[in-house]
Design a protein around this ligand. Structure first.
Ligand code: ADP
Length: 686
């Protein structure tokens, strides 16, 4: 329906001079029409649609003071011309002009005050327009009474009621239709789609045919049967089924037929005298029109409200679904419980720790876990955060330890707040196991650093003091120097490890084809030389025929750490065996390097965690000094090459570490930073 929008757009874009001209022409036409529809028995106009046109002109003019003035002033010559030409005396002409101007001014002013939307959208708007029309037309009627008295009309007061009826009816009926039409035109001009019709074309045609038939038979009959009321149902039908604009149009068209027959002296009112018949007919028409208009407006209103309600409902549902989605995906557990402790809402995480049936206090937390406070005391029902929150007490960051019968522990931080008006409580649980572990590892690291850096320094001081003694025998001097060198080596190792660890992630790779056997044998030679003669021999088995494509320095560091650990946590009684072998991973085509020892092995619970920063397994603590960084470095190196590292215990004792690394350049991860690549192409993509 593009042409409708185009036509509406053109209408709303008309220059104001064209609109004024259009209104002036319409006013002239409707005034002339009103002056021709008079009853033979009197010179009174039966209808006065000009009142509505004048009102609509003024309402349109409300957009600026200038347009208002034009709408009021320009009407004067038009009305003067029409009324003079149709035989009214000068006093009455002046009365019509002044009465119309004052009445229109009052109506437009009141309409702006009482109906700020300047449109008829609700029953209230329509009724307000009716009231405004009555008030404004009463003033117009007073003016015409005055003018009639001046013009020598025999009983001037008798024109009062006819004027009100003529003008108020026309202003309300045609005025409301005009306003609905104008609103529809400006809505279409902005591209709004036409509101849905309540009826299809068949029912619309049926309403039209039935109405015409009914009006023709009722009001066109040449006997005065008092059956005007049978037209009422058709107005109810139109009002309930048509949209307000169409229902108003239907009311006006029916009114037109009614007036036509009444003026022609037919229908139920034919036996009344001319003036009375005219105004009875007009009142009938107005009531029928208002019935349709009020019904249609209230149906429109209802339709709008229902649509709004559906929209609001859909929006509420969508936002509730979004909220549920967000909360269900949260890593924190959220439980909303009613005052009776029954869960109103609980996400998956919360149910995991609390269980979903928590009606009795003892059942909270106690599903599978043993719940204790950080001091190791069992959580009592009275201290339970949900119980407290239901009593109005806020709990903040309560640390609880949940121990599962299988031995694993979950550390939780719990917040609980009462809902307003004692409606229940919200309990938020957060898994802080990782943080707690990290803190523990950090504590360990601090003690490692303190031990490995501070102890050597203390040793330094002691031996340096001894060296100051000029009497010290040469053999002892040499021994002190040797210890000093050992202490400094330990410190250097720790510092180097820390550096390597932080660089392993950031540094660019310079990958190349590497001979694994050469690397491994170099490390073994060096290690063997360093161990000295009094340490029992370790038997090495090397089967490393597969290629590796990696950064040479990092690969060396990786193998060095793993071989170093195999020695550190291996047997010390002369039966130590270390096997270093390579194979091809059939699934990925990568090279797998495995380093196996027959040493102390790793406790099951630590198997995954030995790769975490600073993590050291309990059984290794007393066995050898370390920082807990070596395997974290290995993991970083493997991952920076797109590979991985894992560990398993060897049946019969010992651990076997397996690292996957690229066998060729095509197996490097996409976008890996390569030190030897073209600088420009590898620049970070900011
Ligand atoms: P560090 O050896 O300095 O403690 P690592 O990160 O190299 O640190 O190793 C972490 C922990 O893993 C060690 O503390 C030890 O408990 C365990 N571990 C590593 N390698 C072995 C191994 N070959 N056998 C047994 N335990 C090992």
């Amino acid at each position: 329906m593009g042409w409708v929008q185009a036509a509406a757009g053109r209408l709303t874009a008309l220059p104001s001079s064209a609109v004024h001209t259009g209104f002036a022409l319409l006013l002239a036409a409707t005034a002339a029409f009103g002056r021709t529809i008079t009853l033979e028995s009197s010179n009174l106009a039966l209808v006065w649609p000009a009142a509505a046109i004048h009102f609509l002109w003024a309402v349109w003019g409300l957009r600026s003071r200038r347009d208002t003035v034009i709408a009021l002033v320009a009407a004067a010559p038009v009305l003067a011309a029409v009324t003079l030409m149709t035989g009214l005396g000068p006093a009455l002409v002046a009365g019509v002009i002044l009465g119309s101007a004052v009445q229109t001014l009052i109506a437009a002013h009141l309409f702006r005050r009482l109906v700020p939307g300047l449109g008829i959208r609700t029953v209230g708007d329509y009724l307000r327009l009716g009231g405004i029309a009555l008030a404004a037309c009463s003033v117009g009627a007073l003016i015409i009474v005055g003018a009639s008295a001046l013009g020598g009309v025999a009983s001037p007061a008798s024109v009062f009621v006819p004027w009100i009826i003529r003008h108020a009816v026309s202003l309300t009926a045609i005025g409301s239709l005009g306003l609905v039409l104008a609103a529809s035109i400006s809505a279409r001009a902005t591209g709004a789609t036409a509101p849905e019709l309540r009826v299809g074309p068949l029912e619309r045609s049926l309403i039209a045919v039935v109405s015409v038939a009914l009006y023709m038979t009722t009001f066109g009959a040449d006997t005065a049967l008092p059956i005007a009321y049978i037209a009422i149902p058709v107005h109810m039908w139109a009002g309930l089924r048509l949209r307000s604009g169409w229902a108003m149009l239907h009311g006006l068209a029916s009114g037109g037929i009614l007036l036509f027959f009444t003026v022609a002296g037919r229908g139920p009112f034919q036996e009344l005298d001319g003036g009375t018949a005219a105004y009875v007919a007009q009142s009938f028409m107005f009531i029928a029109f208002s019935l349709s208009a009020v019904l249609a407006l209230s149906m429109d209103e209802r339709q709008r409200l229902i649509a709004g309600l559906y929209r609001a409902h859909e929006e509420a549902e969508a936002s509730a679904a979004l909220r549920d989605l967000v909360i269900s995906r949260m890593h924190d557990g959220v439980l909303v419980a009613g005052a009776d402790r029954r869960p109103i809402f609980q996400n998956e995480m919360s149910a995991r720790w609390l269980g979903s049936c928590i009606t009795r206090p003892a059942e909270l937390w106690r599903r599978d876990y043993d719940v204790t406070t950080v001091n190791g005391e069992p959580l009592t029902d009275a201290d339970d955060p949900l119980t407290l929150a239901l009593q109005g007490v806020v709990t903040e960051r309560l640390d609880l330890d949940l121990t599962h019968p299988d031995g694993h522990v979950v550390y939780l931080s719990v917040d609980a707040i009462p809902l307003p008006d004692e409606h229940g409580a919200v309990v938020v649980t957060r898994d802080v196991t990782d943080e707690r572990m990290y803190q523990r590892d950090l504590g360990r690291f601090a003690s490692v650093v303190a031990h490995d850096l501070m102890t050597p320094l203390t040793v330094f001081d002691g031996w340096l003091e001894m060296l100051e003694d000029p009497e010290l025998p040469v053999a002892q001097q040499q021994a002190s120097v040797a210890r000093l060198q050992q202490a400094s080596l330990r410190m250097r190792n720790l510092i180097r490890n820390l550096l390597v660890y932080s660089l392993a992630k950031e540094e660019r790779l310079a990958p190349m084809h590497l001979d694994v056997t050469e690397t491994v044998e170099g490390i073994i030679d060096l290690r063997t030389a360093l161990r000295g003669k009094d340490v029992p021999l370790v038997r090495f088995h090397v089967q490393t025929a597969h290629p590796v494509y990696a950064d040479e320095r990092m690969f060396l560091q990786l193998v060095e750490n793993l071989v170093g650990n195999a020695l550190k946590y291996g047997r010390t009684d002369g039966t130590a065996e270390i096997t270093i072998a390579t194979s091809m991973d059939d699934a990925s085509g990568r090279t797998l390097i495995s380093i196996r020892d027959n040493g102390i092995g790793i406790p099951e619970a630590d198997l995954e965690r030995v790769f975490d920063d600073f993590h050291r397994a309990e059984n290794g603590l007393g066995h050898a000094a370390g920082t807990g960084l070596g395997l974290a470095i290995c993991r970083r190196i493997a991952e920076s090459h797109g590979g991985s590292i894992s560990v398993a215990n060897v049946p019969g004792g010992g651990a076997e570490f397996t690292v996957s690394l690229p066998a060729g350049p095509d197996q490097l991860p996409a976008g890996v930073a390569q030190a030897d690549a073209d600088e420009d192409s590898m620049a970070p993509a900011y």
